[in-house]
Design a protein around this ligand. Structure first.
Ligand code: ADP
Ligand code: ADP
Ligand code: ZN
Length: 765
């Protein structure tokens, strides 16, 4: 048996029937420009196939569903071990998951408190479960373990108490027919619906808003509204809101209901009082949950005189926490909700957890592990990856950072371009051999053949004085932000860059406009896509309306008339699969076309509207040259390097980096001279150096048009092109939060205390 994974005839997405041999027990970098097909090979083919084989063997009942989702398009893969994916983008994490649950440290801490904790006199020992807010025995009875309670509030339910019920005083009640129904019921209950709300007796008001009772009333026929009498059931405002939040299938309804709800912290930890009374070395579990790892490690040091159980558990905890410290995550604590973590932080936590899991002989498939990392943090991460490899595993890493790529044992370079212009294996072998491949953009940058980015350093047009900022780890920070130039916020992970960016947004009053270009998805359902987000789809719909007798509305997949009814215009149907949350399969009726047959009969230059949605931006730009309203948007998308995306590509399939560039392109479309403030959090994450060069040109274009641009950034070549750098640190969490250096890149590169200086200096030479 040789030591290779052999792939034959891979054709997922844009891959062109490729054959490639990839070594096991090695670190393999998958490289290529964005959209070239790296993820389609690493995740869409190798990981997907490993996962499919796994489910086939352990869960035969899942087979039918797996068939529906479809196997990756590949003829054959041999030598493929089981795979674990450590991906950055994953569906919305739940509010119950925390750093402690993600890393499994919470389990150990619970055992420690259960077995080795100090109990109040007379209290009986508690099971480990009693220390978990996620079990019925441990959860605080008020907030059910969530740590926050959500409830309606009168000022939200009834924003204008001078209105009567008939005029809509209870804003939280539904509108239209249901609202009229409720008013009839209230009237039937003998309550005056024409009196201003605040004139009703307090008892009645409270009952209407909060009661759990649901009396039924006979509603008599009414002119213009109901022909027949019926029994109507009452819903208090709270009951209606809570029911909508818990049971409504419509996201819009839930969003509306959320407007009437306020979240207030329960006493915080989600634990019941008996569990909170137990201490370890003087600290309750709630205290420990908020303690940064850098302190926790000291508290847990296996001390003299401790019980055997305590020593063993502490030793295990300390060993696990030390890995987190190595990875530069000492500023996090177990209680931090996973919803507040950056993707890079979450991925490093998962990597650290895998290191202790004792698995060997598996392939770890990673998505840009260096994204979001300061060069000073990247080193220890690579050491941890080496340890995973040394434990007998293979690492398949989709990566753009050339310093990481250089450390790989093997490189699989896909290209040469994106989408249709990519999908071929340009090279597969040891890194040095890539130098001989002239058509590889990766090779061009890896071996220093790329032309440097030319620009002249600008002079600030004025200063925005940011004073006395205190938030998270920033304590009374004051800094001057230069206007009319490009500024980079730098510093190690957790130093406070994102916090400073968010505070800058709050203090940006003197600008004409504030534009945040972040990596949040452009939509959360497959119904939103590139064409709808950029507004270009309006032009396309008008075009198709003009070819037919139909209205433009018919060509919207949000309108029943023209869309496929099976999938309601999504093109996909959700498949409920226990292990694979949020899996979609192509719609069995329209096969992903989204429209019904009559709508698809309408054509422009021989193509239906579904055909247009299936086109890449590059193809559509050629097809729609005569439609100016669409052509402009398509041109800006090409300028930021997104020519390979398909117009109808669902928002849920786009990477964070792609979403960010779509937002940027949408902004560029409407750029006029002016004085806007653009804030971007790590715009280069997930981008190949060739794509970074494209992006930089656009960002500098914004500055040349008179705007101010601020980036949180780790990429040294990008930082080197900034006019001004504000370096935070020196460390993360409490060890950071100060301005260590501010000035031109050349100034900052001289500052001895700056963690960035050491890495930046060589790039300026
Ligand atoms: P990379 O990882 O190199 O950035 P991807 O493998 O994500 O590239 O994408 C390669 C090509 O496949 C692109 O043209 C992309 O638009 C397309 N693609 C990606 N995901 C899907 C999908 N789920 N369905 C169809 N096409 C896709
Ligand atoms: P950076 O962007 O430099 O990585 P951040 O601004 O994200 O740093 O974080 C700075 C500090 O603030 C860190 O100690 C981090 O743990 C803390 N922090 C960030 N976001 C939150 C939050 N939502 N709740 C509590 N602490 C936070
Ligand atoms: Zn359909």
């Amino acid at each position: 048996m040789d030591n290779f994974v052999r792939v034959r005839g891979a054709g997922e997405h844009n891959l062109r029937d490729i054959d490639v041999d990839i070594p096991r027990d090695a670190m393999v970098a998958f490289t290529g420009v964005s959209g070239s097909g790296k993820s389609s090979l690493a995740f869409g083919t190798l990981y997907a196939e490993a996962q499919r084989r796994y489910f086939e063997s352990v869960a035969p009942y899942a087979r039918r569903l797996l068939q529906q989702v479809g196997a990756p398009r590949v003829r054959e893969i041999s030598g493929l071990p089981p795979a674990v994916a450590l991906q950055q983008r994953r569906g919305a994490p739940s509010s119950r998951s925390t750093v402690g649950t993600l890393t499994t440290l919470s389990n150990l801490l619970r055992m420690l408190y259960s077995r080795a904790g100090t109990y109040p006199p007379g209290a009986g020992r508690l099971e480990a479960e009693a220390f978990s807010p996620n079990t019925p025995v441990g959860a605080c009875p008020h907030c059910h373990g969530l740590g926050v309670v959500h409830d309606v509030a009168e000022d939200l339910l009834v924003p204008d108490p001078s209105l009567s019920i008939r005029d809509g005083a209870i804003a939280a009640w539904p509108g239209a027919w249901q609202g009229a129904n409720l008013r009839s019921i209230v009237s039937g209950l003998g309550i005056d619906i024409d009196k201003p709300w605040h004139k009703l007796p307090r008892k009645k008001r409270e009952w209407l808003l909060y009661t759990d009772e649901q009396p039924s009333v006979l509603i008599k026929p009414e002119r213009d509204r109901i022909d027949y009498g019926y029994m109507g059931m009452f819903w208090s405002a709270r009951k209606h809101v809570m029911h909508t939040l818990a049971d409504s299938k419509s996201e819009r309804m839930r969003d509306r209901a959320l407007r009437f709800v306020r979240s207030v912290p329960c006493h915080g930890s989600g634990l019941r009082p008996e569990a909170l009374a137990v201490t370890f070395r003087g600290r309750s579990l709630a205290d420990v949950n908020t303690m940064p790892f850098s302190e926790l490690v000291t508290l847990l040091h296996p001390g003299a005189g401790a019980s055997e159980a305590a020593v063993r558990l502490c030793a295990d905890l300390v060993a696990r926490i030390e890995v987190l410290l190595d990875l530069g995550l000492g500023y996090l604590s177990t209680g931090r909700s996973s919803t507040t973590l950056s993707p890079g932080e979450a991925q490093r936590l998962r990597i650290a957890t895998q290191l202790r899991s004792g698995l060997f002989g598996v392939v770890y498939v990673l998505d840009e592990p260096s994204a979001g990392l300061h060069p000073a943090d990247a080193e220890p991460l690579l050491d941890v990856l080496d340890r995973l490899k040394a434990a007998g595993n293979s690492l398949f890493v989709v990566e753009h950072d050339l310093d990481v790529v250089r450390r790989a044992d093997w490189i699989v370079d896909i290209g040469p371009g994106a989408g249709e212009a990519g999908g071929r294996v340009l090279y597969s072998g040891p890194v040095a051999g890539l130098e001989q491949v002239p058509e590889s953009a990766t090779g061009t940058h890896l071996f220093g053949r790329a032309a440097p980015f030319e620009h002249v350093t600008r002079t600030p047009q004025g200063w925005l004085q940011l004073r006395g900022i205190s938030r998270h780890n920033l304590r009374d920070v004051s800094v001057d932000l230069p206007l009319g130039v490009l500024t980079a916020f730098t510093g190690v992970s957790g130093s406070g860059k994102s916090t400073l960016l968010a505070e800058t947004a709050l203090l940006s009053g003197e600008f004409d406009r504030l534009v945040l270009v972040d990596q949040q998805p452009i939509g959360r359902t497959p119904r939103s896509n590139l064409a709808t987000y950029t507004g270009m789809f309006d032009a396309v719909r008008k075009l198709y309306a003009a070819q037919s007798g139909y209205s433009a509305g018919r060509f919207s997949f949000n309108v029943a008339e023209g869309r496929c009814e099976t999938c309601q215009g999504e093109g996909f149907v959700a498949v409920e699969l226990l292990f694979l949350p949020g899996t979609y399969a192509p719609c069995p009726s329209c096969h992903g076309k989204r429209y019904n047959a009559e709508t698809l009969e309408v054509t422009y230059r021989g193509r239906s509207i579904a055909d247009v949605l299936a086109m890449s931006v590059d193809e559509a730009a050629a097809f729609l040259t005569d439609v100016p309203a669409a052509a402009r948007g398509l041109a800006t998308l090409r300028e930021v390097g997104l020519g390979y995306l398909r117009l109808g590509q669902p928002a849920t399939e786009l990477s964070g980096g792609e979403a960010q560039r779509i937002k940027l392109a949408t902004e560029l479309q409407r750029v006029r001279r002016g004085h806007a403030l653009y804030l971007l959090d790590e715009p280069t994450a997930g981008l190949h150096p060739a794509d970074i060069a494209l992006l930089l040109r656009q960002l500098h274009r914004l500055v040349d048009a008179g705007n101010t641009v601020v980036l949180v950034e780790h990429d040294l070549d990008t930082i080197a092109t900034a006019d001004w750098v504000i370096d935070l640190g020196p460390g993360g969490g409490d060890a950071g939060g100060r301005v260590v250096a501010a000035g031109t890149p050349a100034d900052v590169a001289q500052v001895a205390d700056s963690a960035t200086a050491r890495f930046l200096a060589p790039r300026l030479a």
